[in-house]
Design a protein around this ligand. Structure first.
Ligand SMILES: *Cc1c(COP(=O)(O)O)cnc(C)c1O
Length: 477
């Protein structure tokens, strides 16, 4: 076989040349985004057109345009007018650590396949456990996303709390978990994957402020028990995704102790508040959780996808996928912490720990405090601006950098206002100067913003309102 192509693929000189060019292109892109030299956050193109474009490009496009076109045809998360989904504008240095991971490709399922990243993962998760307020008996690992981490935590919960060996024998009993009706959909999905069915997801109603109504927990538990459902876990959201409202973790912890439930905290978005002395109160009680999820790619400036799953009792972090009887740290000669695939859902994963370590080594823990605190501050500043404008209404007083609001006009019906707010969001997307999303709460459509960029200013937020208002006032229904 002729190896001409393979020789080109692995040419180190090609890599060097292209790499330098790409870094220049990315640095220029960063400059244009962060410093607003480009007017648009997104150059909107409908899916079918985009598909046609790339189909055509594969045959006819100029190769030199490939990377620049990808940059052009994606949403620019580093632009201060990006305020949409909860994905972080990556710290550029983690794009470099990402490159190491991509090139070295150490899959970390076993220690030899990634000595440094396996050890680094331990160092990083130890720091996270300490920040949560856990003990030296606590352990954690990194895994591919909050969705997978929540599923893993619930599997651990089932293993720890139920006497039957369900992992090996399956189950016929009706099992259940309790979770706020506002929780991220992945919690319900995890429960369904585990065979709990719809009836096994006990959705606790929320208060008028969208937090789990913990005064209903006893009653909900009683109802479930009467139906013969064996509830083994309860999940607190820190915060829930749509509104950014934190559940009362102290109250949930108290309830979980009383009923011997596993207490899991889904801190995919806001678990990072453990780094902010100012906003630490939002996660009060997190140290009492049996497990905690924190996404690195949301409030910790890292590239997708890297998530920490932390366990108060480190034994549980080993037991989840263990075929044999319970794992006991104190009984095993030298803990097998370094063969990570025994504990994670994945076999191979990326060298994700190096992003966290690079941030800690280069900038120190303080960088996470600056990031979270700056963004939550901006959430509250935005709250004030919205409150002072009679043409807008908040869905709820924000507790984080997630702010939901809508355009209002007292002379209009809910249904007209719904149409107007949907139209505002649609036109904003098509114009591309701002990027925000939408959410439906209690039958009303809201504009949903997540301030993710620390260089977003009050002026940007005011400009967004001016724009939204002018669209709203121009709507006729
Ligand atoms: C984003 C989010 C998830 C899902 O995490 P991924 O990393 O996107 O899989 C789960 N729970 C909450 C509260 C979230 O905000």
């Amino acid at each position: 076989m002729n190896k001409e192509l393979l020789i080109a693929v692995y040419s180190s000189e090609n890599f060097r040349k292209r790499g330098h060019r790409l870094i220049d292109q990315l640095a220029d892109h960063l400059d244009r985004s962060i410093n607003e030299k480009s007017a648009k956050v997104i150059d909107w193109n409908p899916p079918e057109n985009e598909y046609e474009y790339w189909k055509y490009f594969l045959k006819n496009g100029k190769e030199a345009n490939l990377f620049p076109e990808i940059l052009k045809r994606t949403v620019h998360v580093h632009h201060p007018k990006y305020m949409g989904h909860q994905v972080a504008p990556t710290a550029p240095i983690t794009a470099l650590s990402g490159m190491i991971s991509s090139l070295m490709n150490n899959g970390m399922a076993v220690y030899e396949m990634g000595m440094a990243p396996s050890a680094i993962e331990r160092v990083v998760t130890e720091i996270l456990c300490e920040k949560v307020g856990y003990t030296t008996n606590s352990r954690g690992f990194l895994t591919s996303g909050g969705t997978l981490a929540n599923l893993t935590a619930l599997l651990s919960a089932r293993k720890a709390k139920l006497k039957d060996d369900i992992w090996n024998n399956g189950h016929n009993d009706a099992l259940g978990i309790m979770v706020s009706e506002e929780a991220h959909y992945c919690v319900a999905r995890a429960a369904k994957i585990m065979g709990l069915g719809e009836q096994g997801i006990i959705k606790v109603p929320v208060t008028k402020n969208f937090a789990m109504n913990t005064s209903l927990l006893e009653e909900q538990m009683e109802k479930a028990t009467k139906k013969g459902i064996n509830v083994f876990a309860i999940v607190g959201s820190a915060p829930s995704t749509a509104t950014g409202i934190y559940d009362d973790l102290e109250a949930i912890s108290h309830f979980s102790k009383k009923h011997d439930l596993w207490f899991h905290v889904d801190g995919a978005h806001g678990g990072a508040a453990i780094f902010s002395p100012k906003y630490r109160y939002t996660v009060k009680g997190i140290e009492k959780a049996d497990s905690v999820v924190i996404d690195g790619h949301k409030m910790m400036m890292m590239p997708t996808i890297t998530t920490a799953l932390l366990f108060k009792d480190g034994n549980n972090s080993h037991a989840t996928f263990n075929q044999k009887a319970d794992y006991l740290l104190e009984r095993s000669d030298g803990e097998d912490w370094y063969n990570l695939a025994k504990r994670t859902f994945e076999c191979t994963k990326t060298m994700m720990g190096i992003h966290w370590f690079t941030m800690l080594k280069t900038y120190g823990e303080g960088v996470f405090d600056e990031y979270v605190t700056t963004l939550y501050d901006l959430g509250h500043q935005f709250e004030e601006i919205i409150k002072n404008d009679p043409q807008f209404e908040l869905a709820v007083k924000p507790m984080s950098n997630i702010v939901c609001f809508r355009y209002i006009d007292t002379s209009m019906s809910t249904s007209s206002l719904n149409k107007i707010n949907l139209k505002i969001r649609k036109l904003l997307l098509e114009e591309g100067e701002f990027y925000i999303v939408q959410t439906k709460l209690r039958g009303r459509y809201y504009l949903r913003t997540t301030v993710m960029n620390p260089f977003t200013t009050v002026e940007h937020l005011m400009q967004l309102l001016v724009k939204a208002k002018s669209i709203g006032q121009g709507c006729v229904f």
